[in-house]
Design a protein around this ligand. Structure first.
Ligand SMILES: Cc1cc2nc3c(=O)[nH]c(=O)nc-3n(C[C@H](O)[C@H](O)[C@H](O)COP(=O)(O)O)c2cc1C
Length: 229
């Protein structure tokens, strides 16, 4: 699979078949992903991989929390700015519309939306997951490094015929995750990631993207500085 195909075919898959992901495949992907760049090569990601019994245990504990209506854990970071401005607000609304209309859930059906969101804490049926932590001493540039690392992981998963879904949703159940993983206190859970083979019997809507001119500016140096060769 070439890089363009890996990038374009990666999407957040939210339904998986019950087919285990071989340990050697995960090791191959994570070994290659270690070549992701990071400022001064800090490599500030800390990754825990769960499959089999430990993942089943986490899903069980998370499911019990959801069923009991337990409140979310207090946040260690804001997922989004409190008042999203334009155009981000509109993009977020469009995403919500796309996601819930694909599931046949009307906008006003709050309970059905909550049920769909709760699938996050079952990893959408995925047989493997990783949890990515960052040292709490790290700043914005190192968090960006972690993003590059995670995208590298997701692209390599495509090369192995696997799909994924990054999930900040796990950060609101970070204490439950910590019960299973026992990470050191100095780490902050950034996100989980479901990993597995897509259930292709489930319809999905491809999430759209802003047109290039909204996010990219090609600077024409001659228009700005006519004397430039
Ligand atoms: C850091 C990060 C956190 C995300 N958290 C969640 C999540 O908790 N649950 C979920 O279903 N999708 C989550 N997503 C997936 C986004 O909704 C998705 O990437 C976006 O809508 C674009 O769609 P695509 O990935 O299918 O191209 C997350 C994505 C990123 C990059």
């Amino acid at each position: 699979m070439d890089v363009y195909e890996a990038v374009v075919s990666r999407r957040s898959v939210r339904r998986y078949i019950d087919r285990p992901v071989p340990r050697e495949v995960l090791e191959r992907v994570l070994s290659a992903a270690a070549w992701a760049p990071s400022g001064s090569n800090l490599q500030s990601w800390h990754v825990y991989v769960l499959t089999g019994g430990p993942l089943a245990e986490l899903k069980k504990r998370a499911g019990e929390r959801v069923a009991s209506g337990d409140a979310w854990d207090e946040r260690e970071f804001e997922m989004y700015p409190p008042a999203l401005k334009s155009p981000y607000r509109e993009r977020r609304s469009a995403f919500g519309r796309e996601r819930y209309s694909a599931l046949g859930i009307p906008r006003e059906d709050w309970e059905a939306r909550q049920r769909a969101a709760a699938d996050n804490w079952q990893c959408f049926g995925a047989p493997a997951a990783l949890f990515c932590y960052v040292d709490r001493d790290m700043g914005l540039p190192q968090w960006a490094d972690v993003g590059m690392y995670l995208q590298t992981v997701m692209l390599l998963l495509r090369a192995e015929g696997l799909h994924s879904c990054p999930q900040m949703a796990w950060s609101v159940y970070r204490r439950t995750v910590a019960e299973v993983l026992s990470p050191p206190d100095e780490l902050v859970l950034f996100c989980g990631m479901s990993i597995g083979y897509e259930d292709v019997t489930v319809d999905h809507v491809r999430t759209g993207r802003a047109p290039l001119h909204e996010t990219v500016t090609f600077v024409d140096i001659r228009a700005k500085h006519p004397s430039c060769p």
